[in-house]
Design a protein around this ligand. Structure first.
Ligand code: ATP
Length: 650
């Protein structure tokens, strides 16, 4: 409305017409706006109220869209067809236009949709109604602005709510392809667009890779990075909006390859955390009208969240890929070597067991490969990219074992000066290998049973329950059944663990595997030292086959390691094979019972190795072919610990 018209209104008010003009009905017109939820409903009710005043024959509010077409939004009275020229004139003139029996006046201003109030009366009455019609349009404009503002606020709120839901779900998506599809679908939905695409910039190849690209094989579109709207956006970092009227910027090659017609589009850059542009987010074909400035702000906001989710997913994918490579290498290293039927069957069992989440109990003598089995199961399972944590229950003092496994709250015991997570928490999502499970305290066993049943732990000194997702593999060389009978091991835990049991045969029962394994270790250590892998003479093979292997595979491994380091010949002869158990020990006293003599022999034997290793128990255990914890136990049993334990430097 022009200034002149306001002057007229002002003067009409001054002339005391205020009573008439701002009468109850006009106030009602404004009041209706506060109650209306839709613009059309408001205009309809308002026109009805105004019509009651009886000065006009027909009232209508018409709207012009951005293609210049007029549509009636609301009307009252006896219908007439609208005078298009007068409607256009009202928008252009910005004041009441009088044309024969029509009065037309624009209702406020709106960038994309012009509203005009058209009043049909008699040519005689029309001039006298001019001011009143202007006033009515002014009031309607006020109501329309109120509704539009409220709707815009509500729409923004709704958009924010939707945005939050969308972003939350994006943060959980780990796979890039799924994420891109989810983003495109969510954006198309949110902004009422026909399609959406995300372009990632392959800078070295000067290419933009768009996904999802419907109708293209593989759902991936590749375009040069210096063409079309998307090219412009990534090169300049500026958003771009193209509507029906300025289409020459659109890259029609893309349309052609997609068999699609782009009417309008909105494209904004995707910017990484360090400000580097790495792609663009594009919306194509707004379902109603063109993309607005508001859409541009909204998509820019969405693109910021999209960028961060994409960067996170990209990083996660990279980490996962490298973790998978590591897991592949670990799985290959944890291969159970051997061709005997028992080992072949075990390999099959391991593959099947790996697919499940069941707890596994691994039984076998020392050095038979129980830990290898646990690694093999873990790295073949879908937990492979998550941690495998190993705890040797025999190597941790009883008093500390529980806090080691389940964690401890600050102040739970003397020295616990901060809250510490236990191995269960560290293994969350992965596997926990509990070696020497028979050494777990009864309290620890109760807690373990609870994890197996509810996947819940409580830290020592804590009260709250912590949910963990851990697969348990337990191992022992002891007779658990015997421990149950002696009430040292809980029966319920025994049965819970016993569901899947893998029993490793001792090396002496594995036929020709001794030779297979020996060749495997020779090759392994030869590679390590950069020399040619030697072969075993027939005599050496025979000697390996007749040996009793008390230290099992670990002993064999150590023997082969020694051979590689001490002998340089290409063919290994029997004399080069030295077994610890065949080394001639000092002759012991002959006048004591066999058991005592055996114990004495063991004492001397162990002491010699401990001395040779300068008191380092781990090194001595390694030489003897025992696990460190087992050597400790053995020494405890032989009452040797006091004299040596303080010399253990590892
Ligand atoms: N079948 C196998 N294939 C390849 N290597 C093996 C095999 N079995 C055992 N080993 C090797 O032998 C050594 C001992 O194996 P591992 O530690 O798994 O035995 P363990 O039964 O857990 O011993 P302990 O009871 O003393 O803890 C390791 O160096 C391991 O790599």
């Amino acid at each position: 409305m022009g200034g002149a018209q306001y002057d007229e209104i002002e003067s009409a008010l001054a002339l005391g017409e205020a009573q008439n003009l701002l009468g109850a009905r006009h106030l009602r017109v404004v009041a209706l706006a506060t109650a209306a939820d839709r613009l059309e409903k408001y205009l309809h009710d308002a026109l009805d109220a105004i019509f009651q005043q009886g000065s006009a024959d027909y009232l209508a509010v018409a709207a012009r869209n951005n293609l210049g077409q007029w549509a009636t939004l609301a009307e009252a009275g006896r219908r007439h067809s609208l005078p298009n020229a007068a409607l256009v004139a009202a928008v252009d003139a910005r004041e009441t236009v009088l044309a024969e029996n029509w009065l037309t006046v624009a209702i406020g201003g709106h960038p994309t949709q012009s509203l005009v109030l058209a009043v049909c009366t008699t040519p005689q009455a029309a001039p006298s109604l001019k001011v009143r019609v202007a006033m009515t349009a002014h009031l309607l404009g006020y109501g329309v602005a109120m509704i539009r503002e409220r709707n815009a606020r509500q729409a923004r709120l709704k958009r924010l709510e939707q945005l939050l839901t969308i972003i939350e779900s994006w943060q959980k998506t780990r796979d890039m392809r799924t994420l891109l599809t989810e983003m495109a679908e969510a954006a198309a939905d949110l902004f009422g667009a026909e399609r959406a695409s995300i372009f990632l910039w392959d800078r070295p190849k000067k290419t933009l890779v768009g996904r999802p690209a419907l109708g293209i094989e593989g759902g991936e579109l590749r375009v040069p990075d210096d063409r079309g709207v998307v090219g412009h956006v990534v090169q300049t970092g500026e958003p771009r909006r193209v509507d029906e009227l300025e289409q020459d910027e659109i890259n029609r090659d893309i349309d052609q390859s997609l068999a699609f017609h782009t009417r309008n589009l909105l494209c904004v850059p995707l910017t990484g955390r360090r400000g580097r542009i790495f792609g663009a987010f594009e919306l194509i074909n707004k379902l109603q009208g063109n993309f607005t400035a508001e859409d541009e702000v909204g998509l820019t906001e969405l693109a910021q969240h999209a960028s961060s989710a994409l960067e996170n997913t990209q990083e996660t994918e990279k980490i996962l890929a490298s973790r998978n490579r590591l897991a592949d290498a670990a799985a290959a290293a944890a291969e159970l070597i051997g061709d005997c039927p028992a080992i072949a069957t075990l390999r099959g069992t391991i593959r099947r067991v790996a697919e499940s989440n069941l707890p596994v109990l691994v039984l076998g003598e020392n050095g038979t490969g129980k830990e290898v089995v646990s690694q093999s199961i873990h790295f073949r399972s879908d937990r492979r990219a998550q941690p495998l944590v190993a705890v040797n229950c025999a190597a941790v003092p009883d008093t500390l074992l529980e806090s080691e496994l389940f964690g401890a709250e600050k102040g739970a015991y003397t020295g616990a000066d901060e809250t510490r997570p236990g191995k269960f928490e560290l293994a969350d999502g992965g596997t926990l290998f509990l070696d020497e499970i028979g050494d777990l305290t009864l309290a620890g066993q109760a807690k373990l049973l609870r994890v197996l049943e509810d996947q819940q732990i409580t830290r020592v000194g804590g009260t709250s329950e912590i949910q963990v997702d851990v697969r348990i593999i337990a191992a022992t060389n002891r007779d658990l059944g015997e421990l149950v009978r002696a009430k040292k091991f809980r029966e319920d835990l025994f049965f819970r663990l016993h569901v899947v049991t893998i029993e490793l045969p001792p090396l002496r029962e594995r036929d020709n595997d001794v030779v297979t394994l020996a060749n495997h270790f020779l090759h392994h250590f030869a590679l390590k030292t950069g020399r040619h892998t030697p072969t075993l003479s027939a005599g050496a093979q025979r000697r390996l086959l007749v040996h009793n292997w008390p230290g099992n595979v670990r002993e064999l491994r150590n023997t082969m390691e020694r051979v590689i380091f001490l002998h340089s010949e290409d063919v290994i002869q029997p004399e080069s094979l030295q077994f610890h158990s065949l080394d001639a020990p000092d002759e012991g006293p002959m006048n004591i019972p066999l058991n005592d003599a055996t114990a004495e022999f063991q004492r001397r034997y162990i002491q010699r190795h401990v001395d040779a290793a300068q008191g380092n128990i781990s090194a001595a255990a390694e030489k003897i072919g025992m696990h460190r914890s087992n050597l400790y136990r053995k020494m405890k049993q032989l009452e040797m610990l006091d004299s040596t334990s303080n010399r253990d430097d590892d």
